[in-house]
Write a protein that binds this ligand. Sequence first.
Ligand code: MGD
Ligand code: MGD
Ligand code: MO
Length: 752
Amino acid sequence: MKQRISLYRQPAGGWGALKSSLQHLREQKVAGLGFNTLLHTNQPDGFDCPGCAWPDKNHHSSFEFCENGVKAVAAEATSRRVGADFFAVHTVEWLMAQDDFSLEALGRLTEPLRYDTASDRYLPIAWDEAFQLVARHLQALASPDQAAFYTSGRTSNEAAFLYQLLVREFGTNNLPDCSNMCHESSGVAMTEQIGIGKGTVTLDDFDQAQAIFIFGQNPGTNHPRMLEALRAAARRGCRIVVFNPLRERGLERFTHPQDAWQMLSGGSSAIASNYYQLRIGGDLATVKGMIKALLEGDRLDRTFIDTHTRGFTELAADIAAQPWPELIAESGLSEAQIREAAAIYAASDATICTWGMGITQHKHSVATIQMLVNLLLLGGNIGKAGAGACPVRGHSNVQGDRTMGINEKPGPAFLDRLGKAFDFAPPRVHGYDVVGSIEAMLAGQLKVFIALGGNFAAATPDTVRSWQALQQCELTVHITTKLNRSHLVHGKQALILPCLGRTEIDLQAGGIQGITVEDSMSMVHLSAGINPPAAAALLSEPVIVARLAAATLPASKTPWLWMVEDYDRIRAKIAEVVEGFTDFNARVRVPGGFYLGNSARERRWRTEGDKARFMVHPLAGTGRDEDAGTGPGRLFKLMTVRSHDQYNTTVYGFDDRYRGVSGHRRVCFINPADLRALGLQAGQWVDIRSQWRDGERLAKRFLLVAYDIPAGCLASYFPETNCLVPLSSFADRSRTPTSKSISVRLSPSAEN
Ligand SMILES: Nc1nc2c(c(=O)[nH]1)N[C@H]1C(S)=C(S)[C@@H](COP(=O)(O)OP(=O)(O)OC[C@H]3O[C@@H](n4cnc5c(=O)[nH]c(N)nc54)[C@H](O)[C@@H]3O)O[C@H]1N2
Ligand SMILES: Nc1nc2c(c(=O)[nH]1)N[C@H]1C(S)=C(S)[C@@H](COP(=O)(O)OP(=O)(O)OC[C@H]3O[C@@H](n4cnc5c(=O)[nH]c(N)nc54)[C@H](O)[C@@H]3O)O[C@H]1N2
Ligand SMILES: [Mo]
């Protein structure tokens, strides 16, 4: 493997993206079929890209090229298979010694497997037996609350809807999901303030915005198709203002791989007009500073504030009392920079704020997001063309899963409708989220863990404790496409239930089925696979859930197996239960799907008093760190981010092209002056220690990389660094693990 650290000077996208895509197709041996597969990605008659939740222009433009979409599709459409013959010769202990890249590279799982303790191997099991085994475990529990049902955001609306129904008919709201680690902070913050927890913009708004502010997001890697919207905006003179501790290449320059002229001429487009490298966690202070500058200049939308909001006086008083030196220290920006950003905001009549994990995974995330929404409200930038709030979701259907009721804290109105439609009394007590589930497993209160997709063991914080938690379970069950760490860190009994992927044809008694998804901008559309199933024994996710329900709930009045013969039957029920889905089956068949609508976009505020609310928050005090202890060595803030060659816990490769890293994943980006001050050098190996009130956590051997990052800040990749995130370190109110602000110290590794 080529190992190299270098400076990347090319624009994002371009030939590098094309080359890398072809390489991935070749490696997965999907070349012939692969191109056909790709041509059907995000087409009206194809499947929804499993890559990310960024929407598509009308869902029927010519094939939209996206390097990381290609990787996601290639990973699923791979011709590699891992079957019973492989598991017959390899113990779980042996598999545990393989890295995440190697597990992923084994290919698609082909049949249901059951863990055999005596031989420490996964052995084949018949589907019916597998469902019976789960049913027996669930039925034997002293209370339904002793089981938790995790969901990862790739799951379709249909599977998610059936799954939450199964869970609630079973009698619990224990529905932790990947949102708890992702955009939960956005949901909590926005619901309280504007009455809805989703983004208020559509893709068309990007064509009309005069300014786009991007906070804590790396679209070049994680939402590559967003770069096209940004490029188009930049070209027509829209200001693009970036707040990020790192200089992310995709936010600086981009070459669109489908723009032949740009490709051949070697040209590229500038994206950001202004780039502010603030400190990790410095966004709250930055936005407060911008508001301070705006209030002084009094460049506000007074009519909007008077008609649509409350709490302005309190906000103005709090901001007036906030001294600049504190704002400057916490943000890491100068007063001039903050005023400059505020001036761009003030000069724009239509502003969008987008944000990602750099905002949602801190202790003060909810406060930061509410301050961002304050900023938008001050300019009347919600419910106006070209303006609005845009939390950019991660998984391709994470937003849809929530809409379908995957929520450990369901609202009473949803439960009422669900109970009425299926003639049962849904449980009302709130369930466990991700952190709560791990705590409950450790306390022996959760005994069965079932996961519809995802990789819980690798995605969750505090790896050592999370693994102990899973291993304490009586039964762990994973509905999945590929082998991952979570299948190896298993309960006393364990099942792997392999399912169809989104790229595959789903044939049921009622014919070929499509599923539906909702993107980041509330567009709902159909998705139908085009490839033959990866293996004959695979079942679709809805069928697995239905058969599990039929086995577990013999007294259920729901016709589980009948519903999955034809997914229109599931959608008819969704139409009855979920708000905004009237005539679901008809509307979703209109090419391009339909827009779910957004009350805040229409300036209907579903809040107390029917007004949008300004919220007051003190600074985070990120300079202080009471919990971090007083160990030797300087205290840093570490953020754990994605490399260009991974999809969350799925490692596709070892390169992070736009950051100039080849052949490495255990790297630690550090400011050159900090390196000198520590007496360390780039290329040296260090151990990273996270100190917390309950003790110390250690991650060994990371390669130091000198990088353009503010002093006192570090960056590394997840999941290698999840072991450093304390389980009890999470965002106030949303309980999202603080994956972007871990207090750490560095020391040279023993073997250098
Ligand atoms: N190819 C690919 N696509 C993906 C994913 C993937 O892993 N691979 N994951 C999907 C998922 S589930 C999600 S949620 C999204 C994630 O998409 P992103 O939100 O872009 O995810 P991260 O890589 O975690 O990047 C966070 C960015 O925030 C910056 N940042 C960190 N801390 C701070 C801070 O305190 N303030 C500010 N202003 N910036 C900060 C980092 O430098 C980085 O640029 O992408 C989705 N799409
Ligand atoms: N330190 C740190 N931790 C983080 C984050 C971070 O930024 N830093 N980010 C957090 C975020 S934003 C998220 S969303 C979570 C992600 O947490 P998860 O959603 O749990 O993790 P993924 O890695 O996306 O899950 C990948 C697995 O899903 C399975 N899979 C893939 N496709 C399908 C399918 O079609 N059906 C089924 N049933 N299974 C499928 C495969 O087995 C694959 O291995 O991680 C969180 N953890
Ligand atoms: Mo996410």
